[in-house]
Design a protein around this ligand. Structure first.
Ligand code: FCB
Length: 448
């Protein structure tokens, strides 16, 4: 069986974070409020009332964090740009101090020999745009493309590749359909215009970045969806869920069309959001890479009662669980990668794992589950590459323990432990393991 040492030569090793989850300094240097500042302040929205106001204080401690990355021997670092540092209300006058922060960050990364991989939108929409409807308003897509151009004009001379959006599925469903994330709307399927407008924003921003000669990627959290049984009703429910979770966010970008959503009772024009010509704007035949954030597969059954959703979530049988309760099924990553080739064929761009990792409960376990999780997923990834799937890199989620959205500081995903009372960083066993793996992989590839 292939293992992680069989990953190809030139494979890029990285770690990932996101602005609101680590930066803190939410009112400093002219940063405007985002939907996450507003949401986290709402009583009961985030577990134990935690907010990202301080988080890991990365805004001030980034030199220390870059030293930690250098210690790992990373090739790349994926971070996100906070839109409200650059444009405090989402559009209008540029906040020079905010842009300067990312300028310093990029320079410091390059000095450490680490390639910056910025994500332009990781869920922290400017509150100023939310006040005008957020992603439910088509205009937000155009504001996003303008913002992309501003950041690219400043950093594009040093940053070769960019991710437009992070996980538009999660942002749409948790943020707009269920209300468990910012901005906390509960529109159920009528949230789908927010998905369409994010994808439109992706397409418009991709054109802006391509015009400047930059590479463009999109990061989706794809999940292989398996029916709970071979019964036709379970298979049909699984197909409907696959369309909603995976295909809505990938088909338009790679194929220029939406999957049929009739099984979900959703109109083809996504409640009037899809206008003539939109799919040409979203379709990105020259997409330079598809980012995959992989955590777990999904098991779906037919709904048991009338009304409600056209699918039910089923337990994944016989799998260990992370501290978050997510099933650990590494071979599902191999299946996902192979199925992407079957679904998209030549339209599938090179892949990069832009997030993978797990939260570990420190009160009951040491760090070994994280090492086991990452090793097994890297083996599964190597398996897919030996089957001919083009995977170019792996970014561990996450460099640091951080603000895990609605869970606050309760889920610890870091290779580095953070004491949130003092912001002190302490590398975990998985940090040493990852550092040694990166070095060993490089050494093995160098002698071939
Ligand atoms: C992903 C998010 C990332 C982090 C991990 C655990 O869905 O992109 O910010 O929260 O999950």
């Amino acid at each position: 069986m292939p293992d992680r040492f069989d990953l190809p030569a030139g494979f890029r090793w990285g770690a990932a974070t996101a602005a609101y989850q680590i930066e803190g300094a939410v009112t400093e240097d002219g940063r405007g409020p985002s939907v996450w500042d507003t949401f986290a302040a709402r009583p009961g929205a985030v577990r134990d009332g935690h907010t990202g106001a301080v988080a890991c204080d990365h805004y001030h401690r980034h030199p220390e964090d870059i030293a930690l990355m250098r210690g790992l021997g990373l090739d790349g670092y994926r971070f996100s740009v906070a839109w409200t540092r650059v444009l405090p209300t989402g559009s209008g006058a540029v906040n020079a101090a905010g842009l300067a922060f990312y300028d310093r960050l990029v320079d410091a990364l390059l000095e450490a020999g680490i390639t910056p991989l910025p994500t332009l939108f990781h869920w922290d929409l400017p509150q100023g745009l939310e006040d005008g409807g957020g992603w439910l308003n088509r205009d937000t897509a155009y504001r996003f493309a303008e913002y992309a151009g501003i950041v690219a004009d400043r950093l594009g001379d040093r940053v070769p590749a960019w991710i437009t959006l992070n996980e538009p599925f999660v942002h749409t469903v948790f943020g707009y359909a269920l209300g468990t994330h910012a901005p906390g709307r509960t529109l159920m399927f009528e949230a789908l215009p927010a998905a369409h407008h994010q994808l439109l924003g992706h397409g418009l921003a991709a054109a802006v970045l391509h015009d400047r000669g930059l590479d463009v990627m999109l990061s989706n959290n794809l999940t292989p969806v398996e029916p709970a049984s071979p019964a036709p009703a379970d298979v049909a429910a699984a197909e409907a869920y696959d369309a909603l979770h995976n295909r809505v966010f990938t088909d338009p970008v790679l194929l220029g069309r939406y999957p049929g959503l009739a099984a979900l009772g959703v109109p083809d024009d996504l409640y009037g959001a899809v206008r003539p010509g939109d799919l040409d704007l979203i379709h990105t035949p020259g997409l330079d890479g598809l980012g995959l954030n992989f955590y777990n597969p999904t098991r779906i059954a037919a709904p048991t009662g009338p009304g409600g959703l056209p699918f039910d979530f089923a337990e994944w049988p016989d799998a260990p669980r992370t501290a978050f309760g997510w099933p650990v099924v590494p071979e599902a990553l191999t299946r996902l990668l192979l199925s992407l080739r079957d679904t998209y064929g030549k339209a599938l761009p090179p892949l990069t794992i832009t997030e993978n990792g797990c939260s570990v409960d420190e009160s009951t376990t040491p760090d070994q589950p994280r090492i086991d999780f990452m090793s097994a997923h890297l083996d599964a990834l190597a398996h897919a590459t030996t089957e001919g799937i083009d995977v170019r890199g792996y970014y561990a989620w996450s460099l640091l323990d951080n603000f895990e959205w609605a869970e606050g500081y309760h889920q610890r995903f870091g290779l580095v432990h953070v004491d949130f009372a003092t912001c002190e960083r302490t590398p975990r066993a998985s940090y040493g393991w990852y550092r040694d793996l990166i070095a060993a992989h490089r050494a093995k590839r160098a002698v071939r």
